[in-house]
Each structure stands twice: as C-alpha cells, then as structure tokens.
Design a binder for this molecule. Structure first.
Ligand SMILES: Cc1cc2nc3c(=O)[nH]c(=O)nc-3n(C[C@H](O)[C@H](O)[C@H](O)COP(=O)(O)O)c2cc1C
Length: 418
C-alpha cells in the first residue's frame, strides 16, 4: 500500500468511528461521514448532494431517496426548518437508532397470501396503520402545501392530522382529503385563541383534537440557524417576523382570530392539566395528547379523561431529551394497559420500524419528515410514492412475520436486543 492510500484508509476508518460514536455524532461529523461508506441513521440530512438523484417518484427505492431531491429543490432555510433537531440533535438520531435496540421474531408457515393492513381509530377505518403527522407551513416545501398532502393521503386512505400552523386552512384540507381529518392544536398562551381554533376545527368536521403538549419553551434549532445563513434570500421579504400576528399571516387557521394579545413567540408555556380540562368542557371532539413520553403522564392522561395518547418527541424538535419514542413506548403501553388507544411517531422510516411499534401495542404510526421529503421533491406525487413505499414495506414485514392482520401483532413478535 502506498503512504497516501494508507492515510486515506485510516482517515476513513477514523471518520467511520466518529460517525458511529454517540459522543461525536454531531451534525458536522455526520456531514463528514457522508464521504464514508458508513450508514447514517437518517442519511443525507445536510450532507453534500449526491449526483444520482432520482428523477421521478417511481425511481425511489426507499423513502430516503426523496430527501436529497428535496434538499436540491427547497431553499436552504426551509430545508433547515424541516431537517433541524435541537442542540446536539441527540434525540433526532436516537429516534432512528432506537429501532436497533429491538428485533423482530418472525413466525413461519402461516399462509400470508392475504394480508389486511387496516386499523380502526375512534370508529373510523383506515387502510393502513400509517398516518400523516402534523407539520406546519407545508408551502415552505411546495406551493400546493397541505392540500397536496391531503390528496396523497386520500389515495391510500390514510389518517391526516393537520397542524394549527398549516398554510392551508382546516376547511380546505378537509375538502382535499375528502374525509374528516384530525386537528392538531397549538393552544397559544391565550385561552380565547385556543377556543377559537377548537371551534374552527369542530366546525370543519374534525372528530379528534390532537393537543400538542411538548412545545412549551424556546428551542435552539441549530441546523435551521446554520442553513439559514447560507440562504441568499432575505427572509423578511416573505415573512414579517415582527409580531406573532404578522408571522402567521399565511397560516390560514388563524384567519379572523384576534392575535394582538400575543406579545412573545406564541408558545403555549402556560399549558396545564387545567387547560386540557377547559378544552374538554367546550368540545365534543375526542382529545388526544401529542407529545407524551413518560408512563407517569400517560397515567395522568387516563385519569384526566383523555381519549388517546400520541407518543411523540416531535421528531427530536421539542427538547433534546435524548430518548427515542420506540424506547419509551413499551412502558407507556404498560401504564395505559388498553384503557385508551396509544399511537406513536418520531423517526419511523421503514416497514419494520412500524411493525415493531404495532407489536408493542401501538395502534397506528405517524410520519413527519418522510412525506415532506416527498412533497419537496415532487409535490403530491412524491407524497403518494412515500406512502406507497411505506405500505409496501409494511405489507412485506407483516407477511415475513407471519401475520394476516395488524390485530395479530403482539409483544411476542418483538424483543429487546441484548
Ligand atoms: C417541519 C416540521 C414541522 C412540524 N410542525 C409541527 C406542528 O406544527 N405541530 C406539531 O404538533 N408537530 C409538528 N411537527 C412534529 C411532527 O408532528 C411529528 O411529531 C414528527 O415530525 C415525527 O417525527 P419524524 O419527522 O421523524 O417522522 C413538525 C415536524 C416537522 C419535521
């Protein structure tokens, strides 16, 4: 071996070591590691673009194929908003790495030529366990925004949860989906605003209110802030960020609501169990809490008459707590003990990821970034293909596990790796 080959090989080994080490897997190191053959948890977050990007949705082999195309199409600041975690992004990576802690125990010889992937949530049947997690401002990624996502969700009959901060209004998105959707609530610090949003969602026919309880403080979105610096456009030209009311001008769920009382950034810092009780008193919608990550809070949710729990760490975007949702899920399922439905999101990218959560006892699994990658890459068709790939992988994983229906999955199909 020549000296230069030896040096290159040992550098690659060193970078692979760094990329694999939880102590060093920072954003910067991940970007370096993209030069190496090592497989990152969420490949290509902000790494240099490859030159063999897919040209059409049908070329995609897995959901990750859409991310570098979205990276190319979407302005750096908007891409950074989507990709970012918090601080060291430990939670962001843990969400992917968490699946490595669990293994499947497939069963054989069960004639799986017919597989039923459908699930039922609060009396409504969906054709698969995958749902659309709420994400704000989808027009950051494609001019067709949340309505395009809704049309794609309609194709596969997926549940869609719409963000309070969506660009398209809950009425428009319900129309595009062609069926009722769930509404995610950012309560804001002002009760009157929460009340007005709840009334809007109820009037639009939403059967379920998913109240987000894990965004109550400020956050350091380092990847967003770094990528924003590389954006040559002037953000203030499109977004007047001088007040909350001005910032949400294109977020149409807020239309007609008086926002002048919000002086800060609008986070729901004063949210408490009492606020949830007040919500319970003014709406017939079922209430699901989004962002529960401990069995203690799951127990309190049941005691407070909550209808369901969405185990979520906001895709590693709330606080950098360091724990994946797949790791937290079993103890929450145990605490709830079947009294109310538990659904989950954060880091799900593969059919086998989904099967692991369903086997643990989750009733459905949400995705956030994957459909935004599809949207940013190819609009509605991209989202359709992302959902199609996930369904294909889930079906195959169910067949390989020897189950005919989601109901047959139980904890015996999964074990914690030793
Ligand atoms: C760009 C982006 C915007 C988001 N906006 C919201 C939101 O408005 N409300 C909310 O409750 N969660 C929001 N989330 C969190 C998602 O609902 C979901 O919990 C998360 O994306 C799941 O993790 P994943 O992206 O790894 O699939 C957002 C996530 C992303 C990536």
């Amino acid at each position: 071996m020549t000296t230069s080959i030896v040096r290159a090989t040992s550098r690659r080994r060193f970078l692979q070591f760094l990329a694999g080490s939880p102590l060093f897997a920072s954003g910067a190191v991940s970007a370096y590691a993209a030069e190496t053959p090592s497989k990152l948890p969420d490949p290509m977050i902000w790494a240099p673009a490859t030159d063999d990007l897919i040209k059409s949705p049908k070329d995609a082999i897995n959901v990750f194929d859409f991310e570098p195309v979205a990276r190319k199409n979407v302005p750096p600041a908007h891409f950074g908003y989507m990709a970012s975690g918090i601080d060291d992004e430990v939670t962001l990576r843990a969400n992917r790495e968490g699946f490595l802690k669990f293994q499947l125990r497939p069963r054989r010889l069960n004639d799986v030529s017919k597989v039923d992937m459908s699930v039922e949530l609060f009396g409504t049947k969906y054709d698969s366990p995958i749902f659309i997690s709420p994400t704000g401002g989808n027009k950051f990624f494609h001019p067709d925004g949340e309505s395009a996502v809704a049309r794609a969700a309609r194709v596969g009959n997926h549940l869609q949860i719409l963000s309070t901060s969506s660009n398209d209004s809950v009425d428009d998105v319900t129309k595009a989906r062609g069926a009722p959707i769930w509404f995610q609530l950012y309560a804001s610090p002002q009760w009157e605003i929460a009340q007005a949003l709840i009334k809007r969602a109820e009037a639009a026919g939403c059967p379920v209110l998913a109240v987000t309880v894990d965004r109550v403080g400020g956050r350091n979105q380092e990847t967003l802030f770094r990528l924003r610096r590389s954006d040559t456009r002037e953000c203030n030209t499109c977004h007047d960020r001088s007040s909350f009311a001005k910032r949400v001008v294109r977020r149409h769920n807020y239309d007609g609501i008086d926002l002048s009382s919000i002086t800060g950034s609008g986070e729901s810092s004063n949210l408490s169990w009492n606020t949830i009780k007040r919500m319970r008193d003014i709406t017939h919608m079922k209430i699901v809490l989004k962002g529960i990550v401990t069995p203690e809070d799951a127990e309190l949710a049941v005691q407070n008459g909550i209808d369901g729990i969405l185990v979520s760490n906001h895709g590693g975007r709330g606080e950098d707590n360091g724990r994946s949702t797949i790791d937290a899920l079993p103890e929450i399922i145990a605490a709830v003990n079947g009294r109310i439905p538990v659904i989950v999101d954060s880091g799900f990218r593969r059919g086998t990821d989904v099967i692991k959560a369903l086997a643990m006892g989750a009733q459905a699994v949400g995705v956030g970034r994957p459909y935004l990658w599809g949207l940013g890459a190819f609009g509605q068709e991209g989202v359709e293909r992302v959902l199609d790939l996930l369904r294909t992988e889930i079906r195959a994983a169910m067949q390989q596990c020897g189950v005919h229906s989601v109901k047959e999955l139980n904890p015996s199909f999964v074990r914690r790796a030793t």
